[in-house]
Design a protein around this ligand. Structure first.
Ligand code: NAD
Ligand code: UFG
Length: 339
């Protein structure tokens, strides 16, 4: 049985990935400082997989504590989700983001190197494409992040590429996620945003449950068929699967690996289409106003997923209705998330 360290495993994407890994016979150890999550998500994971998870409430920048954990286990690989992700906050507090996201990964890589663990998956983001020139986005397209958050992802991708080139022993994949949506289908594990959600889907479900009054649609004058922005939404469990397949791809490789791979659905939905999909699933109307554009939003973002299909043999399994259904079940069962 292989043992995988999942940092940030108490968070949204990490927790679903842990479930997938444990259900496929991996031993998983979680390190998370709970800065944007709750220990209750660990309990929710354990209830789903019916196994106890080894969890350490540790900051990945704490080299001594991290080294202690590497002494306790012989890891076959590491998946890093630990990091801050609020684009707006990163503009106000850039150092907080550079310190945690970049500092965290550097410390983690140093400890991995020291303990001879060289297989690594990193959570990157479609935000690194900046203002795209064509659709769909392929991994070789021009990059150019528009926020400190996005730049942390871009800098880390570059650091990882340098590390992978430095020695044949490294196997590294950066996964560029598009827009994760959905929840575990039990309705017991899902996204638990802090305060008022920044993202479209949790905002919609919080309006539907009565926690928020109405949605603001940020602009209907984009260069798209209905005037609202188009994004590529991917089910959280498909993202989770992508991480396991990325690990398995590297485990099966004799040579070093240095890859960047998009994970999306390859399909685009506008804000109005997402509202419509949720309304059908929930059988209720979502009140909304059209407001001005949100700074930094681009009109369209859609992934080319050819590389993920070819290299990882990954194929998204779930469509937009399943994403909305699962997310709505989670919201109804947990109106206050894990709180
Ligand atoms: P999340 O905030 O739910 O999960 C991140 C987890 O990392 C949290 O549990 C947090 O407590 C933990 N953490 C943060 N800093 C840490 C540190 N220094 N040490 C230990 N733990 C730490 O976020 P998520 O949505 O699950 O995203 C996971 C990763 O994927 C992030 O790096 C994010 O930037 C990236 N990503 C997310 C999205 C998205 O839309 N959710 C899109 C692209 C990329
Ligand atoms: N939107 C609204 N109203 C809202 C929230 C969002 O109209 O209340 C619109 C946005 O303007 C955008 C679309 O819904 O057109 C999707 O917005 P999200 O905030 O849900 O997602 P983004 O595509 O803006 O951002 C997400 C992640 C970022 C990541 C980016 C690219 O939140 O962290 O995808 O990967 F950088």
């Amino acid at each position: 049985m292989k043992t995988i360290l999942v940092t940030g495993g108490a968070g949204f994407i990490g927790s679903h990935t842990v479930v997938d890994l444990v259900q496929h016979d991996y031993k998983v150890v979680i390190v998370d400082n709970l800065s944007n999550s709750s220990a209750k998500s660990i309990k929710a994971i354990e209830d789903i997989v019916k196994t106890e998870i080894d969890f350490f409430e540790v900051d990945i920048r704490d080299k001594d504590k991290l080294s202690y954990i590497f002494e306790l286990y012989k890891f076959d690989g590491v998946i890093n989700f630990a990091g801050y992700k609020a684009v707006g906050e990163s503009v106000e507090l850039p150092l907080k983001y550079y310190d945690n996201n970049i500092g965290g990964v550097i410390t983690l890589l140093e400890v991995m190197e020291e303990f001879g663990v060289n297989t690594f998956v990193f959570s990157s983001s479609a935000t690194v494409y900046g203002i795209p020139e064509k659709m769909p986005l392929t991994e070789g397209d021009k990059t150019g992040a528009a926020s400190p958050y996005g730049r942390t992802k871009l800098f880390i991708e570059n650091i990882l590429s340098d590390v992978a080139l430095s020695s044949q022993k490294w196997k590294i994949i950066s996964l560029r996620y598009f827009n994760p949506l959905g929840a575990h289908e039990s309705g017991n594990l899902g996204e638990d945003p802090n305060g008022i959600p920044n993202n479209l889907a949790p905002y919609i479900t919080q309006v539907a449950i009565g926690k928020l009054e109405k949605l603001s649609v940020f602009g209907n004058d984009y260069d798209t068929p209905d005037g609202t922005c188009i994004r590529d939404y991917v089910h959280i469990n498909d993202l989770a699967l992508g991480h396991r397949l990325a690990m398995e791809y590297m485990f099966n490789k004799k040579q070093s690996v240095n890859e960047i791979i998009n994970l999306g659905s390859g399909k685009g939905y506008s804000v109005f289409e997402i509202i419509d999909s949720f309304e059908k699933v929930m059988d209720k109307k979502i009140p909304y106003d059209i407001t001005k554009r949100r700074a930094g939003d681009i009109d369209i973002s859609i992934a080319s997923i050819d590389k993920a299909k070819k290299l990882l043999k990954w194929e998204p399994r779930y469509g937009i209705f399943k994403m909305c259904e699962d997310m709505w079940r989670w919201q109804q069962k947990n109106p206050n998330g894990f709180h």
